[in-house]
Design a protein around this ligand. Structure first.
Ligand code: 3H9
Length: 696
């Protein structure tokens, strides 16, 4: 391995280059390299200023997070940054790409900062369950004030060069150019001006209103419920206000170390790597995707319109097909309204909107508009007959090589593909609603799907900025199949004695964005009802079928859209629908169940054991490639708390023996639902974890 940090002296300017691809992370070798070159610079008498820059596409993206969880290796980053800051010569950081986390901390340890106009800055440590632990919580309040520091450090939000200049984080935005030339030119200017080192740590900390920290705590309590890192971030910035720099640094270190040892840190870093790992799919390694510029979307309801918007926002040409002129007009209005919302929220420029409406978006009731489409996504009513009809028509019209995708949530894609003369071009692209917002895309590979069609699905996902997970064909694929199982478990908890409102509260306390009954109301109770009816003929007679939800549907209560479901939706917010308790009581009575008290812990244990047990089957059957694919699915499509890392990471954290023991415990009440997954049993017997399968 070549030395990742190099030193060159040109006309009195020491140029320190960091080359540690892909993102110049601060590995031990980089830290040691920086310490070495700064010691060498101090010993020279021919140097008048120092420039640090990152080679290739970026400055430094932060600490090397692959080293986390392993024994720490010297030199430690805070010491290296203190050494840089202590340099007797002016030190200039020349920033391009992203300066994140420890990278931005290095830049704040430098005395001057010059940036490319497109550079981005941030302290995203909180999103990894830690805090800026190399002086960031101490130097940023000194440079930009405590309020700005609290905002950036507790949210991890990234900012651009203009904002960075306005808050005092950087000194100058240079004309776009390579960071070495930009840095050297600025250093020469500073030398000419006789600039001396200007250390962030020596700056005074401006006083702030006393309630600033309380307000930050309230904000964090609302937005980051259950998370430790944001609270420690606040404590660290508070330390900067009341302690001298070195003591503030020690306080930051203690708070950082506490977080490094937490399960939340392991979970969040697992989520970070898992989201990158899902794109590594062995059967498409080295396979070239087909080019995609024009797509067709069949169906302009909520889902179809959302898919169209996602594609339009990423610059694709979209033709939306509906059945008749009125439906075309409605679909067009749906898309226009959503795009106008993006303009209002500042997410889309008016000129871009005008351009989309004039040139890249069209809607029609004529399938022949799709003759030149590179990819068509069907998002019509969830019925096999309707979908088969659509695919027969697409097969007749689309050009050879066009990818034909279905957005079905449950149906058998092999059966849909069989309707065409080209099953190799058929794939599932399962979006989540609203499709222009939700990050998850399940790419469902059918038996005959060609590898380049799968690769095209992943390329499309990248273009739409989605997290794509490869799934196999089964009822519900990865996410909905697991969902239908844990839904049965929570229905079982209600039959046993909990109320749906107890279940929702316990699971929201556990960290879910919404409880499962509130989610059903949001999705529409008619959706689950239709699925239950579809599966009724094949339902095993041993299944304990919870019927209370059917009673709501029969009365026309489908959740939010009808104003009533498990909750009643009033102007001042939802409140529990007391009728539900009667339906539940009737259902229990019909089944001869005497309700019993159930603790919140038991509710969570049931929910998690059901989720993990079914997920183990999904992995064993190859529906999900690895446990991490399940985690990414549940994190990005089902509101699972990121700081718990996903169900499989959670299971590894609490121990697979506990999950298996819970399955056995609940089987005493319902031994049909609670059958242990063979993979779970095997891993427990072998003393292994799901993580071991990810690494295999
Ligand atoms: C920190 O700094 C702590 C300090 O305060 C205190 C220390 C004492 N380390 O995302 P991409 C890999 S915490 C190791 O696909 P992009 C990534 O896994 C850190 N590896 O590219 C992937 O590998 P592979 C604070 C890293 O262009 C490859 O690089 N910093 C790291 O879409 C390309 O990544 C952060 O949290 C890393 N720090 O996005 C920043 N970062 O090819 C985290 C990336 O094998 N990083 N990799 O799959 C990011 O946000 C994005 O990666 C970035 C590039 C925006 C930089």
């Amino acid at each position: 391995m070549p030395d990742p940090v190099s030193l060159e002296v040109v006309d009195g300017i020491a140029i320190v280059a960091i080359a540690n691809p892909p993102v110049n992370a601060l590995s031990q070798a980089v830290r040691a390299g920086l310490a070495g070159v700064f010691a060498a610079i101090e010993a020279r008498d021919d140097v008048r200023a120092v420039v640090i820059y990152g080679s290739d596409r970026t400055f430094i993206a932060g600490a090397d997070i692959r080293e986390f969880g392993k024994p720490p290796l010297e030199p430690f980053l805070p010491d290296v940054i203190n050494q840089i800051e202590a340099c007797r010569l002016p030190v200039i950081a020349s920033l391009h790409g992203t300066a994140l986390g420890g990278g931005l901390e290095v830049a704040m340890g430098a005395h001057f900062r010059v940036a490319d106009p497109a550079a981005r800055f941030g302290l995203p440590e909180v999103t990894l369950g830690i805090l800026p632990g190399a002086g960031g919580t101490q130097r940023l309040p000194r440079l930009a004030g405590a309020e700005v520091a609290l905002d950036l450090i507790t949210t991890g939000r990234q900012i651009g060069a203009e904002e960075a200049l306005a808050i005092g984080l950087i000194d100058k935005i240079a004309a776009a150019g390579d960071p070495r030339t930009v840095g050297v030119a600025y250093a020469q200017d500073l030398v000419r001006q006789g600039a001396a080192p200007r250390r962030s740590s020596a700056l005074p900390v401006q006083a702030v209103a006393p309630d600033v920290f309380e307000q930050a705590r309230t904000r964090v309590a609302q937005k980051s419920r259950g998370q430790l890192a944001p609270l420690n971030c606040i404590k660290a910035v508070e330390g900067a206000m009341r302690l001298p720099f070195l003591e503030g640094l020690a306080n930051e270190r203690a708070l950082f170390t506490e977080l490094m040892g937490s399960d939340q840190r392991s979970a969040l870093i697992h989520a970070f790597f898992a989201e990158r790992q899902v794109a590594k799919v062995p059967d498409i390694k080295g396979v070239t995707a087909r080019p995609i510029e024009k797509i067709g979307v069949i169906g302009g309801g909520t889902m179809g319109a959302g898919i169209a918007v996602a594609a339009l926002l990423s610059g694709l040409k979209v033709t939306l097909i509906e059945r008749e002129p009125e439906a075309v007009a409605r679909a067009k209005a749906n898309v226009t309204k959503t795009l106008e919302g993006s303009v209002k929220r500042g997410k889309l420029a008016q000129t871009k909107f005008d351009d989309i409406m004039a040139t890249t978006f069209s809607a029609s009731d004529d399938y022949s508009q799709l003759v030149d489409a590179d990819l068509v996504i069907e998002a019509v009513f969830e019925s096999m007959e309707v979908k088969k009809d659509v695919f027969t028509r697409l097969d007749a019209i689309c050009k050879p090589g066009a990818v034909l995708a279905t957005n079905t949530s449950y149906l058998d894609i092999n059966e849909i593909a069989a309707m065409t003369s080209r099953p190799q071009d058929v794939i599932g692209l399962h979006f989540f609603s609203p499709a222009h917002v939700m990050r998850l895309l399940e790419i469902v590979v059918a038996d005959k799907t060609a590898p380049e069609v799968t690769a095209t699905g992943f390329e499309l996902a990248k273009r739409l900025k989605k997290v794509a997970v490869r799934a196999g064909v089964c009822d519900g694929f990865i996410g909905n199949r697991i969902l239908s199982h844990y839904r049965k478990a929570v229905d079982g908890a209600v039959l046993a004695g909990a109320s749906p409102f107890d279940v929702d509260r316990a699971l929201v306390d556990f960290g879910l964005a919404m409880g499962p009954f509130a989610v059903s109301d949001l999705a529409g109770l008619d959706i689950g009802w239709a699925t239950r009816k579809r599966l009724a003929p094949t339902r095993d007679p041993r299944e304990v079928y919870a019927a209370f939800s059917d009673r709501l549907c029969e009365a026309g209560h489908f959740g939010r859209k009808t104003g009533k479901g498990y909750y009643v939706y009033k102007e001042d917010g939802p409140c529990p629908n007391e009728d539900v308790l009667t339906h539940v009581a009737d259902d229990r009575a019909a089944k001869g169940i005497t309700p019993r008290a159930m603790s919140d812990d038991e509710i969570v244990d049931r929910y998690m054991a059901a989720m993990v047990n079914e997920a183990a089957r999904v992995v064993e059957e190859g529906i999900a490639l690895r446990p991490l694919d399940v985690d990414v699915t549940l994190l990005n499509g089902y509101g699972f708390p990121r700081w718990r890392g996903g169900p499989m990471q959670y299971a590894d954290t609490v121990g697979l023996e506990k999950i298996l023991a819970d399955v056995a415990r609940f089987a005493r009440e319902d031994d049909f639902l609670w059958q242990p997954a063979p993979l779970l049993q095997r891993l427990v017997a072998e003393g292994k974890t799901f993580g071991d399968l990810n690494d295999a």
